[in-house]
Design a protein around this ligand. Sequence first.
Ligand code: CP3
Length: 341
Amino acid sequence: MLKNRLYLDALEGKEVQRPPVWMMRQAGRFLPEFRALRDQYDFFTRCQTPELAAEITLMPVKRFPIDAAILFSDILVVPQAMGMNFQMKESVGPYLEDPITCLEDIESLVNPPIQDSLGYVLDAIDITLEQLNNEIPLIGFAGSPWTILCYAIEGKGSKTFDKAKSFCFQKPEWAHKLLQKITDYTILYLEKKIEHGVHAVQIFDSWGGLLSPKDYNEFSWKYINQIVDALEQKSKVIVFGKGCWFALETMSQSKACALGVDWTISPQKAREFSGGEITLQGNFDPAKLLSSPVKIYNEAQQMVRDFGTKSYIANLGHGILPNVPVENAEAFIKAIVEFQK
Ligand code: CP3
């Protein structure tokens, strides 16, 4: 039995004394102990070595009184397993030498049994759960098919992903074929993660907000919703769509049990658009963690007042930035842990 159920209680919409708190990308670059490891192993080696992935997952857990851990990995391990040879390049980020350009590229993608291609993630879950010793829940995750397509077509990060978008607009039938392949494999992957004991799964749609509402429904939501439908009986599914406030109403009518929101929408509007019932997660501006600890503390507590303590998970509106001082992240977490109704 889990000792700290706050996060699960919030996902279930139960009354809580205070909201649970964790931070997107908490197992990463802003921690000095993570950066120390970075000098010894390259990024995907860290993902592929279960003992290292478990160690990194636990780094923020050891430092802060957070209410959930998120498995250290990356959304790009899924397209890697399908045959796309992503690398992580210093000061470039994800990089794919041969991005997808034609139908043959899509048809040549593979879907080996998850145990064979991504067994290292499952092993990392086993080790992490053992080390967590039932203290707090463990979150598993995957990228949304649309966000994975962005990297698969563009071959690297981008502010606008024009190449990926024009591919979808010029060759919609190819795009749908690719999106469906990613969706099917992602479902198998998340099913295995759930079998191995993660307590919830979050889908990161980091680039959904680059699409118009109509295109979002066609190229992103349609596939996220398939994943939600496939998994909702087996686990709790959280959908985070960066910049996707326009889709909150649609998302809230799905079987997802919580929705992530970024800082470009007020808590009040987010509640209004999502119908007022579903659990919301977010939405502190990650750049605000670069202000003073006192300001962070006060604004984080105001955020809880604005969302309300029920059906709410305190978090950032996107991943923590690499240059955030540890004491500022600490002030954010402290503000939530000390929150009194
Ligand atoms: O809390 C955690 O850190 C959990 C693990 C996690 C990572 N990536 C580790 C990582 C998670 C949940 C992700 C998700 C992810 N990866 C997303 C979706 C969330 C988001 O932030 O939008 C995306 C788009 C990616 C793809 C990716 N991975 C990019 C664009 C980059 C480079 C830019 C960056 O943010 O550093 C990565 C690298 C990456 N993934 C790092 C970490 C800790 C940094 C690697 C390093 O600096 O050594």
